[in-house]
Ligand binder design. Structure first.
Ligand code: PHE
Length: 357
């Protein structure tokens, strides 16, 4: 028994980890371990012998078990100490400046636009970027043969033969969200919808994916005058100037009647844009009164309701406000560009606190 004690206590003391301990436990005090085998021998002993050997074997078993438990606890302590030493971290050190991310100008401008329109009672609606050609075209009074379909350089989704789901496109504008939000909330409604849109086009001012913000206001007595006021308020707030001159230019969109493109007065002295002064005009958006057929497609009675809509390029107004010359750089993920044109992630644009600071 002394040999057994010495052997197993020695092994336990030298065990390197929990699985080694478990092997020792099975060999020593397991059901078929050495101590159990010894216990079986008790039956062959005389009662006198048994009275000595029995308690001694039980004591040995207890001793081995408590040595195992003590070693297990010690191993766990060691492991914790090693982790604590390894994962030590000085939380009082300053953050490394090169790790600070920035907010992309598109995110910043989207926040600015949202803050401005929120103040005027517009909520934010969203729609899918992959939409049916019905939402993207037909419901907006652009029938199949209409030249606007070709003009928009539409990306059509591939369709397998025999697929009879409606054809899908990458939305070419945010206008399909007009229909979706009419369906969802009915009239009256006041929403903007910022988001990505797609057209097959690529040069300094065009990328195959870009961003628009749609506006839609429907009520009983909405007119072009309301549209003009809302846009004036928007442009003043967005460009952070006291006064602006807006010019409505007659235009054509299938989904608005009448339609107007909106220009703002500006100057380009020395290559920098100044909004609100000068003799140049800058086109910033398309707009008009929602076409009765479009209201109908959205499930709204045009005899009872009317409204205005507009669509504006987010990337475009970002380039104008922040003097960014090439649209393609927006989507290059160049860290130097992001550091230069990016915004602090913690400054939320608000009208009272300042939009861009
Ligand atoms: N969807 C139009 C475009 O992408 C913009 C627009 C929206 C015009 C709403 C009028 C009304 O060019």
């Amino acid at each position: 028994m002394d040999d057994l004690r010495e052997k197993y206590l020695g092994q336990i003391g030298g065990a390197a980890d929990e699985s080694a301990l478990e092997d020792i436990r099975i060999a020593a005090v397991g059901k078929k371990g050495e101590v159990a085998l010894k216990m079986r021998e008790l039956g062959k002993m005389t009662p006198e012998e048994r009275q000595i050997a029995g308690p001694a074997l039980n004591a040995l078993k207890d001793e081995i078990n408590s040595a195992l438990a003590a070693k297990k606890a010690a191993l766990a302590d060691d492991a914790l100490d090693a982790r604590l030493a390894d994962e030590w971290l000085d939380v009082s050190l300053p953050a490394r400046p090169q790790r600070q991310g920035t907010l992309h100008p598109i995110s910043q401008v989207t926040e600015e636009v949202t803050a401005i329109f929120a103040e005027m009672g517009f909520s934010v609606a969203e729609g899918p970027r992959i939409d049916t050609d019905w939402y993207n075209f037909d419901a907006l009074n652009i029938p199949g043969h209409h030249p606007a379909r070709a003009e928009m350089d539409t990306f059509y989704m591939h369709r397998a033969e025999g697929d009879n789901r409606p054809p899908h496109v990458l939305r070419t504008h945010t206008s399909p969200v007009q229909i979706r939000s009419m369906e969802a909330t009915g009239a009256p409604t006041r929403i903007i919808c910022p988001g990505g849109v797609y057209r097959a086009d690529y040069d300094q001012t065009h990328t195959p994916m870009f961003h628009q913000v749609e506006g839609l206001a429907i009520d009983k007595d909405i007119s072009m005058a309301n549209l003009k006021w809302v846009l004036e308020e928007f442009v003043k707030s967005y460009f952070e100037v006291d006064g602006v001159d807006l010019r409505f230019r007659a235009s054509h969109f299938p989904f608005t009647e009448p339609s107007a493109e909106v220009d703002i007065r500006c100057s380009w002295e020395g290559g920098t844009l100044k909004v609100g002064e000068g003799d140049d005009w800058l086109e910033i958006l398309g707009s008009g009164m929602v076409h009765p057929k479009v209201l109908q497609a959205g499930g709204i009675d045009p005899e009872e309701w009317q409204g205005f809509a507009f669509g504006m390029g987010i990337d475009r107004i970002a380039m104008l406000k922040y003097g960014i010359p090439d649209l393609r750089a927006f989507f290059d993920s160049d860290l130097r560009w992001l550091r230069h044109y990016g915004f602090s992630a913690l400054d939320m644009p608000t009208l009272h606190g300042g939009l861009s600071r």
